[in-house]
Write a protein that binds this ligand. Sequence first.
Ligand code: TXA
Ligand code: MG
Length: 355
Amino acid sequence: MQPTQHISSPLNLSSEQNEQIAMAVRILHKGGTVAFPTETVYGLGADVTSLVAINKIYNIKQRPIDHPLIVHIGNISHLQFWAQNIPESAWKLARHFWPGPLTLILPRSRHIPDSVTGGQDTVGLRIPAHPVAQALLNALGPEKALAAPSANRFGRISPTTAAHVYEELGTEVDMILDGGACEVGLESTIISFCDQSPKILRPGGIALSALESILNAPVILAHNQNQTVRTPGSLPAHYAPTTPLKLCPANQIGQSALAFAAQGLKILVITWSDIGKTEIPHDSIRHFSMPGDPILYGQQLYAKLRQFDHEAFDYMLIETPPDHPSWMAITDRLQRASYHPTYNNRNEYNDNEHK
Ligand code: TXA
Ligand code: MG
């Protein structure tokens, strides 16, 4: 297929947008790839049933083939087509939170090919809330679904605008649908129903407390590193900009920045609190204030990391987020973004964080 690289403008389901969606469906039916907006981040989509298209996703993302893809469906009534042995607690969450930023890991049905799950007998499923994603899924038809990882190269920052997708994947993707900036800005919460009790594999757009209140039971947070299942978002190094990133408590961030600057390094300090906002006067230190509200912080985080990654800083020092459940997904992403075993060799600044 000839690449039909195309970025359409964000529209409110106008006729132009419907044309874009019809074009996307034609590409998907032919085994092509289409990047599309969801409320969390942009996905790189392919027809679940097309082996050729699924292989393209792994190639474009440079992702190991044993890392499973999330399958996006259009309607809750399709859930039992793609999964089986669905426990009542999973139905409860699906009914309450879909469409929305929640992925359920369930035993897969025979309709899910091996290529999508990396050979595992489970599948991740969600209904995205973005109107463009929904229109695309509806236009694809009831027995179709979109396998879609985040539309970034393996290990990099997820894209939250169509321009970010283009920056990440360029003309390797056949089409990019533009639905504006993603509302949530962080990936979905992933909850597995494949053990005795539900387990969070990745904190995300839905808070743990919200899940617990619907299930009326405690939900366990999985210790990711020891999992046998391959989940890239659960590797210690992930969601990372190319600029080394370190988390620093508010009362140390100024001092750390000055110590780096004294070595001739160009430093970006990113804070969220008032205490962190204290001016740090130095020519090679720049300060940026993020919102103190976790929803707003989450919306902007990836876009800001991406923007600052282009500005040739030697280090980004990020104020440690509050130790509060509403910041869990942000802390998780920042810890993974800051994990890099080689960074500590670059200069004197050396500690045991995130090893
Ligand atoms: O918000 C999101 O979830 C976005 C949008 C596009 O929907 N998607 C996304 O996909 O973040 P991806 O592939 O970048 O991350 C999905 C995570 C990966 O860590 C993957 O390994 C895990 O979900 N996953 C998928 N299927 C799984 C399964 N059967 N068992 C365990 N983990 C699974
Ligand atoms: Mg991803």
